[in-house]
Design a protein around this ligand. Structure first.
Ligand code: NOJ
Length: 507
């Protein structure tokens, strides 16, 4: 046999079908970070404790402006404000490299102004971050995960450019008081959800909802300005002494091919999705495809003004280059197909869901791992292979303790991720589970669960307990290997009974 053929056969045996299932692909690269995430309103509770101001969510729920499917709210949530030491103990026991948390803006600036800093709020976060540092956990801190002070909502929230200045004031207080304890800062979580969420009562990210598309584009515009200003502030005044990194955190859906999918439909889908905020950061200004399409729509709607605000040259320069890393939240995918005839979307693309995809209890989040790989390769090509930190990826169920669905989801998405790194050269540095704990899932309250640790919301103590996924993750992290999920009822490959003393009856 020719020498080259022998080599080819050996290579094929080694890499399997060359897309991710070979044994060699199952080990995480050296230095790869595995962690878990949370957000202030979803876990802290203590909504009016120790000088905290009212957040936009507190106000909306207490005044019946927003409905939640189980009529709950985040007043107590997981009570992590009081139980943070226990949370850190779980993080330590599972073995996570990093933990992502968010700061409650009104816990630090109760009335949204830097004139009154709530020292108890600062103290709480300092204690939490010190506890994490003592456990040798890398700290990832989101400045903003959708819970701004209600007083700022009353002047228009993110549709008012004043938010840019208020966000800078707030960030400065955080950098001055807590920055030395933070390794990775996120400025704004999922600006797309924040600004383009569904109408108010079915919305996730906004307590009040936004009036229309004009308000949505204004919101994105101001969020980008706020992000850029804060990035520069950190870069110029804090980076040298604090040594962290800072970036925006978009949510990107992936895509898979199907009937009617073209290069153009994928491009439009991407640029009107997370590309809307990423293009200004990586390439400067909104993309041409977004600008020209929206200009056409404005003409069609007889608008005498541009629904997409225009950045001055100075702002284009100010925003470009303001990501130290590419933060990414990702859950699901769609099949993007060009819309012909009556137009229902700004992008001109229909986002189709395949009925054969496995569903989750959160019906917008079907399980489509293949789309994740496509997305990672697009990020590599579009933005010059930046270091990518996956800061959210997770599975919603009804709170089962034997959560095989969750383990399978993480396994399938991580298989795609390892293929993208090892086979396709994508520069992915970290993976973060949403979420450490079951928590308050916005419009779905406590009726669905994302946690790999169970929280009993009926107990005043908000007791935490193990799920099957807790055990699987411990083993994955201990071995730095993507372990195949054991079949229900089976014995685990790493010895002993996987399910022992866990049953769904407890849930
Ligand atoms: C993204 C958000 O950042 C988080 O708050 C939410 O709970 C998850 N998606 C799941 O919906």
């Amino acid at each position: 046999m020719e020498y080259s053929k022998v080599i080819t056969i050996i290579c094929l045996i080694f890499v399997g079908d060359s897309r991710g299932q070979a044994a060699d692909f199952q080990t995480f690269p050296d230095g790869f970070l595995i962690g878990a995430a949370s957000a202030s309103y979803q876990i802290e509770g203590a909504w009016n404790v120790s000088g905290k101001g009212e957040s936009v969510w507190d106000y909306a729920f207490h005044n019946m402006l927003k409905q939640v499917s189980d009529d709950s709210n985040g007043d107590i949530a997981c009570d992590s404000y009081h139980k943070y030491k226990e949370d850190v103990q779980w993080i330590r026991d599972i073995g996570f490299d990093h933990y992502r948390l968010s700061l409650s803006w009104p816990r630090i600036l109760p009335n949204g102004s830097k004139d009154r800093v709530n020292l108890d709020g600062i103290r709480y976060y300092r204690n939490l971050l010190e506890e994490l540092k003592a456990a040798n956990v890398t700290t990832v801190v989101s400045l903003y995960h959708w819970d701004h002070p209600e007083v700022l909502e009353e002047i228009g929230g993110w549709t008012n450019e004043v938010m840019v200045e208020r966000f800078e004031d707030y960030a400065k207080v955080v950098f001055d008081n807590l920055g030395y304890l933070v390794d990775i800062f996120v400025t704004i979580n999922e600006p797309e959800m924040l600004c383009f969420d569904e109408p108010v009562n079915s919305s996730e990210a906004t307590a009040r909802g936004l009036a229309n598309d004009v308000a949505s584009y204004l919101c994105v515009h101001n969020a980008l300005k706020a992000h850029a200003k804060v990035w520069h502030m950190y870069d110029e005044n804090y980076r040298a002494t604090q040594g962290g990194i800072i970036g925006l955190l978009p949510v990107c859906r992936g895509w898979v091919s199907g009937d009617g999918v073209t290069e153009e439909s994928i491009e439009r889908y991407f640029q009107f999705g997370c590309g809307l905020v990423l293009h200004p950061i990586y390439k400067g200004d909104y993309s041409e495809i977004v600008k020209t399409t929206l200009a056409d729509i404005d003409v069609y709607r007889n608008r005498s003004f541009s629904s997409l605000p225009v950045f001055t040259d100075e702002w284009v320069k100010m925003i470009k280059g303001t990501n130290d890393y590419f933060g990414l939240n990702h859950y699901t995918s769609r099949i993007p197909v060009m819309e012909y005839g009556a137009r229902t979307s700004d992008s001109g693309v229909l986002e189709i869901r395949d009925k054969s995809w496995p569903i989750t209890v959160l019906d917008r989040l079907e399980v489509v791992p293949e789309g994740f790989g496509n997305l990672l390769r697009k990020i590599r090509d579009e933005y010059d292979n930046p270091p990518v930190y996956i800061l959210e990826n997770g599975f919603a169920d009804s709170g089962e303790i034997l959560d095989y669905g969750r383990i399978n989801y993480h396994y399938d998405y991580l298989s795609e991720l390892l293929t993208a790194i090892i086979h396709d050269g994508c520069n992915v540095k970290a993976y973060t589970i949403w979420s450490l704990l079951d928590n308050f899932e916005w419009d779905r309250g406590y009726s669905i669960s994302f946690g790999i640790v169970k929280v009993d919301f009926t107990s005043p103590n908000r007791t935490r307990s193990e799920k099957l996924s807790t055990r699987w993750w411990k083993e994955v992290i201990r071995t730095r290997t993507l372990i195949k999920p054991p079949a229900p009822g089976s014995t685990s490959s790493w010895g002993g009974c996987f399910e022992c003393d866990l049953t769904n009856d407890k849930s």
